[in-house]
Ligand binder design. Structure first.
Ligand SMILES: [Zn+2]
Length: 243
């Protein structure tokens, strides 16, 4: 295995997808940026407020989508760095048991946000499916009854890349849905939505609407990273624990 990696390194120079460090695909310093545990980020987006006034949907994330984390996510989604799937999944699996106790109070279906057919073809599948499996596996290891359930599809609409908040919401409206064959599976079930990056909240809002129309109770969402809005200060890396 090591030999194969070294041989491959001679042919294709390997560098960290986050910081560019030579000879390592994902360095320890970049991995550390995803190792600080989950924190709430829904106050960064205006689109997740519940219409009934009971407060916004809770969204947890591992890191600001800036600097090395942002570079790595872009490399993973758009530059073929699928070797990052494994560390991203592991980071979410490790952190998932840290979800609040009301979320993990009962059985959960963990539903990945869907991608368009074009994006799936370009990436060889929906990358977020693997993230949802990581969250479900991490919860299951922590004793929660949880299973990944890729029950949403994106129909028509364009990829979200390069669209602003309002255009994203318009683009998504009505294009995220639960196929009829999955509706019976969702009725009355508690659901956690998973996505790669929380940007405007439009994707998670569309997922939630579709799931609720199918009778599910959406209890929250988990993302790998969260883009700080112009109105929100970036979250500083956690101080090293001295205890
Ligand atoms: Zn790095």
């Amino acid at each position: 295995m090591t030999f194969a990696r070294e041989l491959l390194g001679l042919l294709v120079p390997v560098e960290c997808a986050g910081c560019g460090l030579d000879d390592v695909a994902w360095c320890a310093a970049c991995a550390d940026r995803l190792a600080g545990g989950l924190w709430r980020c829904e106050d960064r987006v205006p689109r997740l407020d519940r219409m009934d006034g009971s407060g916004p949907l809770p969204v947890w994330t591992l890191a600001d989508c800036t600097g090395p984390v942002r570079r790595a996510v872009v490399a993973w989604k758009d530059r073929g760095r699928f070797d990052l799937t494994r560390p991203f999944v592991a980071a979410l699996a490790d952190a998932a048991p840290g979800l609040s106790s009301d979320v993990v109070a009962g059985p959960l279906l963990v539903v990945p946000s869907p991608s368009t057919g074009a994006a799936r073809r370009r990436r060889g599948g929906n990358l977020v499916d693997a993230l949802a499996t990581g969250v479900a596996d991490g919860l299951a290891l922590g004793g929660v009854v949880a299973a990944a359930a890729p029950v949403l599809v994106r129909t028509r609409g364009h990829d979200q890349v390069g669209l602003g908040a309002r255009a994203r919401t318009r683009n998504l409206a009505g294009h995220v849905r639960v196929p009829t064959r999955h509706v019976a599976r969702l009725a009355g079930r508690r659901v956690l939505v998973v996505d790669d990056v929380l940007t405007t909240g439009a994707t998670i809002a569309a997922c939630r609407s579709a799931l609720e129309r199918a009778g599910a109770q959406v209890v929250g969402a988990v993302t790998l990273a969260s883009t700080p809005g112009p109105w929100a200060a970036p979250r500083l890396p956690r101080a090293q624990s001295t205890g």
